[in-house]
Write a protein that binds this ligand. Structure first.
Ligand code: GL2
Length: 830
């Protein structure tokens, strides 16, 4: 129970007490107070970290009153909440965003100056919480930002990993992973609530019994449990006073668990047990789009989902709320299949704890979930073995079988005699071992199923879940991804933001379609000049950062060609590499004069999953190629390759605004959406890309003249695959491609070692699952078009401006509006 024991009488006791530092003086007082009382130091003895922590606390205190007020308002209004269930949130640094959302930037800067301190230095001290792998986790972070900004009551639920995505280092060009100790220097943005910990059960068995009313019922007798401790994070809306909640769960051992073993007298075993429990939220699995089916991962998934459902039912609903009406108050959005175990968990709670009958429980359950699929790769669709599920969550497995049985009855009724169809649609796969197809479970249980870009949603309907879309055509919908303009334009690109605001006013930050009003400026020489100056300034800012961060020297005046994303074969970093090697080879062989090379710097940023051999070998190769090319004076500095290690949100914020060319070159039909593509276009980079994911929509909006399209379309890819793809034939028939691959095989980049990169090259030559060789020539031709256009500065700048003006659609605010209309069926709370 919460609240005071008797009715408060002091007037201040019924409202949250805020101490907003409205003035520079108020800010200084608050900041020094935090420095003294929280950090226990005086200004003269404080470290930069002390100063950063005190600043963060000052801003947090400012947000606090608004957060408490938001919670009160939302609870009172009894409106529907969005429960965003996501195993990943790739938040990026918090301070800059909080200052922006509260309009405290100027006050903080001036206040700190009066204390002899520099705001950017303090901001640079923050270690970003990297609680996600890539696009999927970053999308979740953009969505909660948009919901707060749009006044949508929402709670983000997830896991407080003690170690986020690994820190990438390079040793002799090879990736070496270091643990990400993001909590080591303090974590000023979170509030732990150990007293509100939730118990989560695991293991054991189930049994039937007869209840007081004489009904036969089922119950779960678990074998062990852990505690989930909630850590709250504030999610401030942009200048609207709303502060939503992100609630991340941390695992702890329960006392009961320890005591049993302590009583048995085995102290060491008891301590190990504690470690065992805490392992659940210890580390983020670093595989992006390719789950490994590890037991601990299933534990993580159930752990956070069980905590979150319990939390919502017990703490967010008023006492005595009739759970038959649950869907009036919550919709749980399943961010991929990772949280899908929430479906049987809600069934279990309703039936085993609340006494619902199956049909009643199912009616409620299937109206409380919606499912977003984020992939097309078959290997990315999670399948949990029934052996593991039965061992870890026996009651849930029973319920899944129950859901499946009733579902298949429905299928057989809809398609009488079509037994093959029923088998195809079963949630239970029988090969290679018996397992639960989580995407099918999510599809059956969700009110809606959506893909994340138009092409993806279409392929989801036609290729991944065709039987389901025939059965329930209305269940399927699309919501194209978006990115938050606050972080990725307003914060990351302050100069461009200023230019935009000068031209069209400041409303674009929350109404990004307004960027359209920039179109007339695309032909304005003065605007073009300012736009180019800003690009140059952003490049200079990046140059300074990379020099200091990585010891990398970026030449000036180059076309900045950027490919940043996870390293994955389907994304085809190897195709980009072949382009670079080919340019180099042509200069060496004299088919391309050095002076005809467009001065170009290619920047890569990419982490490989630690167990993904081909991805790691590709990183190694990129680094080796970079080393040779960067050292070769024959190129007269006209071609450079930079690969700063540990690409993350913080680096993205500096890299993207500096880019001229955005590389979005996945094999068509493989990248569900992409969101980096949107960030680049919004910051005035032109895209070279395939007709894949959201590239399709970007190209449609910006227009063909302002986008470099290449490669096969998805139907062409399918056709070639069906015909039989032989990469070797491209090697044999394309001399330029052959020369590039041969140069790698010659040992040119590996100190004469002719076999160092066999894995990468022979994979391309003999397998090339993602058809890089088939798209090579088309890519080279498109790059030639890039160079031709880049030679005409005015034309390039005009296209860049039009990219900004025409991509306002890709705001995550628009995505949220689409979710509200098409899936959640609710409106913002004003
Ligand atoms: C991804 C997709 O690969 C990517 O194309 C998409 O933009 C994001 C967000 O929808 O989701 N799926 C996935 O598993 N990861 C992604 O980035 N990690």
């Amino acid at each position: 129970t919460y609240g005071p024991a008797s009715t408060p009488t002091h007037p201040l006791a019924t409202a949250p007490v805020g101490t907003p530092p409205f003035s520079v003086d108020g800010f200084v007082r608050e900041f020094l107070h935090e420095l003294n009382t929280n950090q226990g130091v005086t200004l003269s003895r404080s470290s930069v970290n002390d100063q950063y922590l005190a600043l963060a606390s000052t801003v947090k205190n400012y947000l606090m009153a608004r957060w408490l007020e938001t919670n009160r308002k939302t609870r009172e209004a009894k409106v529907k909440t969005i429960g965003y269930l996501s195993a990943e949130y790739l938040l990026g640094r918090q301070l800059g965003n909080a200052l922006l959302a509260t309009d405290l930037n100027d006050i903080a800067r001036q206040g700190l100056e009066l204390c002899g301190l520099d705001l950017p230095t303090l901001r640079a001290q923050e270690v970003e919480p990297g609680l996600g792998n890539g696009g999927l986790g970053r999308l979740a972070a953009c969505f909660i930002d948009s919901m707060a900004t749009m006044d949508v009551p929402s709670i983000g639920y997830g896991i407080r990993y003690e170690y986020g995505i690994f820190r990438q280092t390079f040793v002799d060009g090879r990736q070496v992973e270091q643990p990400d100790t993001w909590l080591a220097l303090g974590s000023p943005w979170e509030f732990p609530h150990p007293e509100a910990a939730v118990r989560v059960d695991f293991g054991g068995h189930t049994e039937t019994y007869v209840d007081d009313d004489g009904r036969e019922r089922c119950r779960w007798i678990p074998a062990w449990n852990v505690l989930g401790v909630p850590y709250n994070y504030m999610v401030p809306g942009y200048l609207n006073g709303r502060v939503n909640t992100l609630r991340l769960w941390s695992a702890q051992a329960t006392k009961a668990f320890d005591l049993q073993i302590f009583n048995a007298g085995d102290y060491a075993q008891a301590v190990r047990a504690q470690t065992f429990a805490e392992n659940i939220s210890k580390v983020l699995y670093p595989e992006d789009s390719t789950p490994q089916g590890k037991e601990l991962r299933l534990q993580q998934q159930y752990f956070f989902v069980a905590c979150s459902l319990r939390d919502f039912l017990d703490n967010e609903l008023e006492e005595g709320f009739d759970l038959h009406h649950l869907s009036e108050r919550i919709i749980f959005q399943l961010n991929d299949t990772h949280p899908v175990i929430a479906v049987p968990e809600l069934m279990r709670i309703l039936m085993d704890e609340k006494g619902f009958e199956w049909e009643e429980a199912w009616e409620v359950t299937k109206s409380c979930f919606a499912y977003t699929c984020h992939t097309l790769l078959p290997e990315a669709l999670e399948v949990w073995s029934t052996e593991l599920l039965g061992r870890l969550l026996p009651r849930h497995l029973e319920i899944i079988f129950g859901i499946n049985e009733r579902f298949l009855k429905e299928v057989r009724a809809a398609f009488p005699g079509d037994e093959m169809r029923a088998r195809r649609m079963s949630m239970i796969a029988e090969y290679p071992e018996q397992g639960v197809r989580m995407a099918y479970l999510a599809t059956v249980a969700g009110t809606k199923v959506n893909g994340v870009a138009e092409l993806h949603s279409q392929l989801l309907r036609d290729k991944v879940l065709p039987d389901f879309s025939q059965l329930w055509p209305d269940k399927f919908t699309n919501v194209t991804n978006g990115v938050t303009p606050r972080r990725f334009v307003r914060m990351a690109n302050p100069k461009l933001s200023e230019l935009i605001t000068d031209a069209i006013g400041s409303n674009w930050v929350t109404d990004l379609e307004r960027l359209k009003e920039l179109e007339p400026y695309a032909d304005d020489p003065e605007f073009q000049a300012r736009f180019s100056e800003i690009k140059a300034w952003n490049k200079k800012r990046l140059t300074d950062l990379l020099r200091q961060r990585d010891g990398i020297d970026l030449p000036s005046g180059h076309l900045l060609d950027v490919m940043v994303k996870r390293l994955h074969e389907y994304k085809r970093q190897s195709l980009k590499l072949l382009h670079i090697v080919s340019l180099y080879e042509r200069v060496l062989s004299g088919t391309l004069a050095v002076e005809d090379l467009t001065p170009r710097t290619v920047v890569f940023g990419a982490k490989a999953a630690p167990g993904y051999r081909m991805a790691k070998d590709t990183i190694h190769l990129i680094n080796k190629v970079a080393k040779v090319i960067n050292a070769d004076e024959r190129l007269e500095g006209r071609l450079k390759v930079a690969f700063p290690a540990n690409y993350n949100v913080t680096l993205a914020e500096k890299l993207i605004p500096a880019a001229d060319l955005s590389e979005q070159i996945s094999l068509a039909g493989m990248e569900a959406s992409g969101t980096g593509n949107m960030k680049f276009a919004l910051n005035g980079a032109l895209t070279i890309g395939t007709d894949d994911g959201a590239n399709v929509e970007i190209r449609r909006l910006v227009g063909d003249k302002h986008f470099f399209l290449f490669g096969m379309s998805e139907p062409e890819v399918a056709e070639l695959g069906a015909k039989g793809y032989t990469p070797g034939s491209y090697y044999e028939s394309n001399p330029q491609l052959k020369a590039a691959l041969d140069l790698i095989l010659s040992g040119e980049f590996s100190e004469g070692d002719r076999h160092m990169f066999d894995s990468v090259v022979y994979n391309l030559l003999h397998q090339d699952r993602f058809m890089a060789l088939a798209d090579f020539q088309s890519y080279i031709d498109a790059q030639a078009r890039v160079e031709a256009k880049y030679a005409d500065e005015a034309a390039w700048t005009r296209s860049a401006i039009l990219n900004v003006a025409r991509t306002g659609y890709f705001s995550s605010d628009r995505s949220m509006r689409d979710y509200l209309q098409r899936i959640w069926h609710t409106t913002p709370m004003i």
